[in-house]
Design a binder for this molecule. Structure first.
Ligand SMILES: [Zn+2]
Ligand SMILES: [Zn+2]
Length: 130
């Protein structure tokens, strides 16, 4: 009966990996890192655990335009910035007040519970390169 234990240890390692990154890693990056401690883990297991952790609200998934999913361990509501030059994804401390949802929900048949804002531009590193 060691299987469930092993599973939760892998999940914990995946969670810790996402939380320790502040650069919004992709599933591939997480897989490479977790594999150092769990050599037998498969990419499929990493994907499954990432979507489970997203579903239970431990981490957030950001779907980027290039269709890669990136994962975010920062629990505090925030916005994102994507550099058009190098594609890096950074956190921005801006987030609309929840009262905005109240206003929008008045004229909306469904229910808005959160939003995702992505700003674009050129990051500091790319600025200094040009
Ligand atoms: Zn850049
Ligand atoms: Zn973020």
């Amino acid at each position: 009966m060691t299987a469930p234990m092993k599973k939760s240890r892998q999940r914990e390692a995946i969670l810790q990996c996402v939380l320790s990154h502040h650069d919004h890693p992709t599933a591939d990056t997480i897989y490479m890192e977790v594999r150092e401690n769990f050599p037998n883990i498969s990419l499929g297991t990493v994907y499954r655990n990432l979507s489970l952790l997203t579903k239970i609200g431990k981490i957030k998934k950001i779907s980027c335009e290039d269709r890669t999913d990136r994962f975010d361990g920062l629990a505090r509501p925030h916005s994102h910035f994507i550099c058009d030059s190098c594609g890096c994804l950074l956190d921005l401390p801006y987030y609309p007040d929840a009262s905005l949802y109240g206003q929008l929900n008045e004229n909306f048949d469904g229910k808005i519970t959160e939003c995702s804002i992505v700003f674009r531009g050129v990051c500091k590193d790319c600025m200094s390169k040009s």
